[in-house]
Design a protein around this ligand. Structure first.
Ligand SMILES: Cc1cc2nc3c(=O)[nH]c(=O)nc-3n(C[C@H](O)[C@H](O)[C@H](O)COP(=O)(O)O)c2cc1C
Length: 189
């Protein structure tokens, strides 16, 4: 099985990247083939709400999203990792998430062509915020969890961490273990 990691931080080697690597290591140890996509290396524009994909299931924007759509379809589990920017997710992660629009018809039902490959897909989340109170990231959790519930995907859960300086989270063995376990859960659920 395939587990994909989606990094929403532009800071490679930063806190959410470290935790995502932990999750992917857990998934790999549990037998998965893993791949990480660093969104900031990709060209991903915002959804235009042109409604063309409602009919076709294909987004009209010509950027790097088509290759990511394929990887989403191929993966059994997707683990997203993102820091809090201004009490919300990063622009990179939001642009990516909004483009999921292409999977749905005008009634927000899965396009028939995608449903068999999306049904049962498992979604996990890792958040990092500078605030010592990890609930600062709750709006991001709400966004991903509700999307999951609304589209009947399988919610693997969330690991919420606090760290400020680049790589600081590397010292936090307890949270790294939680991220590792989230990755394992992506395979074993
Ligand atoms: C533009 C920007 C906005 C931020 N806004 C918040 C915020 O609203 N709340 C918070 O707790 N931390 C905020 N932070 C801090 C980051 O969430 C924190 O440094 C985090 O560890 C970064 O993760 P990374 O290393 O994975 O990029 C912000 C950082 C940046 C660069």
């Amino acid at each position: 099985m395939k587990v994909m990691g989606i990094l929403g931080s532009p800071r490679e080697g930063g806190n959410s990247d470290i935790l995502l690597d932990q999750a992917l290591a857990g998934a790999k140890e549990a037998g998965a083939e893993v791949e990480k996509i660093i969104l900031s290396r990709k060209k991903i524009s915002g959804c235009l709400d042109c409604e063309k994909c409602n009919e076709t299931g294909v987004c009209v924007i010509e950027d790097d999203m088509p290759e990511i759509f394929q990887k989403i379809l191929d993966a059994e589990a997707i683990i997203h990792s993102v820091p809090v920017y201004f009490w919300s997710m990063t622009a990179q992660m939001k642009a990516y998430l909004d483009r999921w629009c292409a999977f749905f018809d005008a009634q927000w039902k899965w396009h028939k062509a995608y449903y068999p490959r999306m049904k049962g897909k498992k979604i996990g989340l890792i958040t990092v915020c500078g605030d010592p109170d990890v609930s600062t990231a709750d709006p991001i959790v709400h966004s991903f969890k509700t999307t999951c519930q609304f589209t009947k995907l399988v919610w693997l859960g969330v690991v919420q961490a606090s760290a400020g300086a680049k790589g600081e989270i590397g010292k936090n063995e307890a949270i790294k273990k939680k991220a590792y376990e989230l990755g394992r859960k992506g395979v074993n659920t």
